[in-house]
Design a protein around this ligand. Structure first.
Ligand code: UT7
Length: 325
């Protein structure tokens, strides 16, 4: 039996030049490198330069991903940008990326599922490609969270950073076996009862302002490990795999303690977890493709490896994607 699989052809990442370390933050607010490191694993984050936008960071990551795939922009006919920090309320920043890449065919749109955005966007691209609507998609996660942080709120401003990552995926007719390359299973969830646990206190239809990030950190933390484990179990079950089969676990990079907790609950080998949160903090929808780019560039993820992605964030939203690279 043949089936269409969504296969990753390339990936790329982009981080702004300016580094803001925990020590820098300790000079600005009442915090310390020790507190941030112990509670989160974060050492530094990047801050977008003046005039540097979500779309420009996204376009830089997209160019790197297209080059890594050995393609040219014209080969892409679908762009999905996962972001909660678009350049403007509308148009979608995805169309700005499309224009910057010089693509004039196909479709481009934004997707908003906060920190789960990349997983939601990749699963959506998978559905569109499997349905035969498009041939090659660019899935981008790009965020300028520094612009929506309250820099006087130490409980949130130390946690986030700016950056972008992207993957290029292609619809390929394969065997339909779980040994195929490509996306093998996805699971997306949300529960709006928790929408006030991690949110932005402004928006076009409420305040007419952009607003700032607000979070009940301990409450998000309390739900994170359980919810992440739930979608990972569902995804592995769908594909008929066990946690021990996973070559690389690439989680959303929010807090090292959450990653360690989820890995422990699932019995995953800690050496198989890709961790980049120390280098760029929580970049929301950009964190998974940034981690993928790092692990591809340093040779850890190889063609044929079984890779599990997962994320949880505002909404709450959470989800997982199992794929063979
Ligand atoms: O992407 C998905 C969304 N985000 C997450 O996954 C984040 C989930 N939550 C977390 O990662 C953690 O809850 C935090 C890292 C945000 C906080 O860690 P915690 O261990 O849950 O600490 P806490 O909020 O319970 O705060 C403990 C103490 C408090 O002081 P008191 O009341 O015990 O005296 C805070 O005021 O730490 C204090 N605190 C800080 N101290 C130094 C809070 N922020 C800071 C800070 N520096 N930046």
């Amino acid at each position: 039996m043949h089936t269409v699989r969504t296969v990753i052809l390339g990936c790329g990442g982009y981080l702004p030049e300016r580094v803001l370390t925990n020590h820098d933050l300790a000079k600005m607010i009442d915090t310390s490198d020790r507190w941030i490191t112990e509670r989160t694993g974060i050492k530094e984050r990047r801050i977008a330069a003046e005039g540097e936008l979500t779309s420009s960071m996204g376009a830089a990551a997209a160019r790197a991903a297209i080059a890594d795939a050995g393609l040219v922009p014209d080969d892409i006919d679908l762009i999905i940008l996962a972001t909660s920090t678009p350049d403007q309320t509308f148009p979608a920043s995805a169309v700005t990326i499309q224009a910057e890449l010089g693509i004039t065919h196909g479709a481009a749109f934004d997707m908003q599922a906060v920190c789960s955005g990349f997983v939601f966007a990749l699963a959506t691209a998978d559905s569109h490609l499997k349905a035969g609507l498009f041939k090659r998609a660019l899935v981008v996660g790009a965020e300028a969270f520094s612009r929506i942080l309250d820099w006087e709120d130490r409980s949130t401003c130390v946690l986030f950073g700016d950056g972008a990552g992207a993957v290029v995926v292609e619809a390929q007719k394969l065997n339909g076996a779980m040994t195929d390359r490509g996306i093998l299973a996805t699971c997306l969830r949300s529960d709006g009862r928790y929408r006030d646990k991690l949110y932005v206190d402004g928006g076009p239809s409420s305040t007419g302002t952009v607003g700032h990030v607000r979070m009940d950190g301990p409450e998000v933390f309390r739900h994170a490990v359980t919810k992440i484990s739930e979608v990972i179990d569902a995804t592995l079950t769908q594909a008929g795999y066990n946690a021990s089969d996973i070559d690389w676990f690439v989680p959303h990079q929010a807090n090292k303690r959450i990653l360690d907790g989820a890995a422990k609950k699932l019995g995953l080998d800690p050496a198989r977890i890709i961790i980049t949160v120390d280098k760029h903090a929580n970049t929301s929808a950009a964190s998974i493709p940034l981690a993928l780019s790092t692990a591809r560039a340093d040779g850890r993820i190889k063609t044929g490896d079984l890779v599990l992605l997962e994320a949880m964030g505002g909404g709450f939203t959470w989800g997982a994607v199992l794929l063979r690279w």
